[in-house]
Design a protein around this ligand. Structure first.
Ligand code: SF4
Length: 218
């Protein structure tokens, strides 16, 4: 049984695949927070800006089989030239993504991308693996296509992850879900400045912004 919060067709907004059309499949649940606001500050990860609880979002649902979910995802891809691409995200997608689903997606012509916190082993067959480490959550994946670190996290400095083999190293400025609305822009701007300064001083790292938020798309 696969539980999906929502699935939708959009443009990837971040990282090395930014601007690419993709079906986003947001799996329910995360191993670093239960998604309830009352438990946020006690969670291992407490800056999450995503609703991954339940299966009630756009095109969400429960899927008994890998082929059933792969058909559901394929139906969201347009009838147009271009390699189909799906981004499996969450929540934490590696709680549910398995080789059977990857194979079913490959059978339908999809390239399979994954955005994970890196704390769980990845199944074989993933075409693009993005690891986004969180403080106090040991990363077990040692090799990926891109490493995307939300910055700053005082207990997760970029230097701590440079021993992971990655083709790309990105910093993504942290928004602050716990700040009042009037303070959000200021916090984000300040974090963007700090991330910019870090990238200027450490050119191995590149800045990535959440283009989908700047554009106001999903
Ligand atoms: S690991 Fe990702 S999905 Fe889980 S709580 Fe943190 S930001 Fe949210």
């Amino acid at each position: 049984m696969y539980r999906v919060k929502e699935a939708f067709y959009t443009l990837q907004g971040e990282g090395a695949q930014a601007g690419r059309a993709a079906v986003f499949c947001r799996f329910s649940k995360c191993n670093l927070w239960n998604g309830r606001e009352a438990d946020r500050m006690a969670a291992v990860c407490n800056f999450c800006d995503t609703d991954f609880v339940g299966t009630d979002g756009q095109n969400g649902g429960r899927f008994e089989t890998a082929t059933g979910l792969a058909d559901h995802i394929a139906a969201l891809w347009p009838d147009a030239p271009g390699r189909p691409y799906v981004v499996c995200t969450g929540g934490e997608p590696l709680l549910q993504l398995d080789e059977a689903l990857i194979e079913a997606l490959h059978d339908r012509g999809f390239e399979v991308g994954v955005e994970t916190n890196g704390t769980l082993p990845a199944p074989a067959g993933i075409d693009w693996l993005c690891v986004s480490p969180k403080a106090n959550a040991p990363v077990v994946i040692r090799q990926c296509d891109e490493l995307k670190l939300v910055y700053p996290q005082p207990l997760a400095p970029p230097e701590a992850f440079e021993n992971i083999q990655a083709r790309h190293f990105f910093l993504s400025p942290m928004a602050s879900p716990s700040e009042p609305a009037s303070g959000e822009d200021t916090v984000k701007q300040s974090n963007t400045r700090r991330a910019t300064d870090y990238c200027l001083a450490h050119p191995r790292w590149r800045l990535t912004l959440q283009m989908h938020k700047l554009l106001g798309i999903d």
